[in-house]
Design a protein around this ligand. Structure first.
Ligand code: NDP
Length: 466
């Protein structure tokens, strides 16, 4: 692949999407370089999915210890050390970052450290070095945003949550999305008193209504003080420091209440990293929301420049970025152009209990298909007959009546993401309700509910008439 450029491909951003694209492209014989200004691994590995799930595991022990009593165990002297958890988590993240770097060098990718900026469509500057490439892939990810208003410099985002010197006695989480729900449950499980403040009527906007209600109910049962239809209008504090336990913040809520808290975390959304990349010099256009505008093949408005992952603001999930990266490599380097299929992407919220979902919510399905059958099961998991925990699981399936295809599956309960992953495969294969019915369950599990739900719930108008 002879070329006048230094590289065939230059990748900006060493996260999940960028690293995968760089390695796979190099594997086809392309000369590839990559630049990352922070740490290799990106949001998912360094300050997202992976450390979050490690913290979530830690938080689950709290409930497990409580539950153990009903099974005959006596546990004495269980104590939690935040600093030990963070140190162990940091060591694991260092290990993973090194694996990412090794994978890149083993694939023959030239690794640069530093901020990359376009000089024009084919030239990129990393520090003092100017490099040219035939094709450039932007995979710079996103960053958390704080809401407007007074005092948010006293708050943290999820970035800082992974590095707190100590866990305060009281934590307030602002927002009702993935990150807010996950961290409210983590802090709560690790022993802090947690207040979650959300502006809308119910957390997890966009999820199935039954899922939203079921998770909110469980979170409240677990002790989280959930304030919906409430905003934080102002934060007061004397010193601009967040890592001292004895410091207090005063949160002025829209309800008129002033809430005293040790820490406030904004989980109010993320924005694509498109600033200071020299995109104008490269002729790369942005969407109204500041994301890189791409076509189905992840190609930007400039024909030799592509973008994948959170920076494109399509679906902000690591496995999506990775699939977009693979589709990019197939398209540009393997001669088999293909667009990633963004339909039917399963997702999970690692709350306590977990939430997982694939396909359409009941509301979306009714709007799209009109005639649907809804199957729902809410039950006390077997484990809690002995643990005594007042936790219920909720599972729901949405079926298009005409074709009998399963078009939505939702679960709130232990191991929901592990269960929904398999259901997502069946749905991708176009499985009908009859195929689910013909599948033998694994007993005793919660998952078997997905193949044993026989009676649809009454239609909404029938329910209303009852
Ligand atoms: P989300 O978009 O999920 O949630 C943002 C929350 O902040 C919403 O509840 C939103 O309210 C609220 N909000 C936004 N702006 C304001 C404001 N100005 N004032 C008050 N509240 C506000 O974003 P997250 O940051 O939680 O996560 C970003 C993305 O990262 C997710 O969409 C997901 O794709 C990904 N992610 C995935 C995870 C997973 O797979 N488990 C985990 C974490 C993140 P409203 O609903 O009213 O708009």
């Amino acid at each position: 692949m002879a070329s006048d450029y230094d590289y065939d491909l230059f990748v900006i951003g060493g996260g999940s999407g960028g690293v995968r694209a760089a390695r796979m492209a190099a594997g086809t014989g392309a000369r590839v370089a990559i630049a990352e200004e922070y740490r290799y691994g990106g949001t998912c590995v360094i300050r997202g999915c992976v450390p979050k799930k490690l913290l979530s595991y830690a938080a689950h022990y709290h409930g497990e210890f409580e539950d153990a009593a009903g099974f005959g165990w006596t546990l004495e002297g269980a104590r939690f050390s935040w600093s030990k958890l963070i140190a162990n988590k940091d060591a694991e993240i260092d290990r993973l970052e090194n694996i990412y770097l090794k994978l890149l060098s083993d694939s023959g990718v030239t690794v640069h450290r530093g901020h990359a900026r376009f000089l024009d469509a084919n030239r990129v500057e990393v520090g003092e070095t100017v490099l040219s490439a035939k094709t450039v892939l932007i995979a710079t990810g996103g960053h958390p945003v704080y809401p407007p208003g007074h005092g948010w410099q006293h708050a943290i985002s999820s970035n800082e949550a992974f590095h707190l010197a100590a866990l305060p006695d009281h934590v307030t989480v602002y927002g009702g999305g993935y990150i807010a729900c996950e961290f409210a449950c983590i802090f709560n499980g690790l022993g802090a008193k947690v207040t979650q403040v959300y502006r809308g009527p119910q957390i997890l906007r966009g999820f199935d209504e039954d899922v939203r209600e079921a998770l909110a109910a469980e979170m409240v049962k677990n002790g989280i003080d959930l304030r919906v239809e409430t905003t934080i209008d102002r934060i007061d504090k004397q010193v601009d420091r967040i890592d001292k336990q004895d410091e207090t913040l005063s949160l002025h809520l829209s309800s008129g209440e002033v809430l005293e808290t040790g820490l406030v975390m904004a989980a109010t959304g993320r924005r694509p990293n498109t600033q200071n990349l020299g995109l104008e010099s490269a002729g790369v256009e942005l969407t109204a929301k500041g994301a890189i505008k791409v076509d189905a093949y992840s190609r930007s408005s400039q024909e030799n420049i592509y973008a994948v992952g959170d920076v494109t603001d399509r679906i902000a999930l690591t496995p999506v970025a990775i699939q977009e990266a693979m589709a990019f490599v197939d398209t540009v380097y393997r001669g088999t152009p293909r667009a990633m299929d963004h339909a039917g992407v399963p997702a999970a919220v690692f709350s306590h209990p977990t939430v997982s979902t694939v396909g359409l919510s009941e509301h979306e399905a009714r709007e799209k298909f009109g005639e649907i059958d809804v199957y729902r099961s809410a039950f006390r998991p077997l484990k809690h007959t002995l643990s005594g925990r007042d936790e219920r699981a909720m599972m729901k399936m949405i079926v298009e009546r005409a074709s009998q295809k399963v078009i939505g599956a939702h679960m709130v309960g232990a191991d929901a993401p592990e269960i929904i992953q398999g259901i997502a495969i069946a749905m991708k294969a176009g499985a009908t309700k009859q195929i689910f019915d013909a599948t033998v369950g694994i007993h005793p599990t919660a998952a078997e509910e997905f193949v044993t739900m026989r009676e649809p719930v009454p239609e909404p108008e029938k329910q209303a008439a009852e």
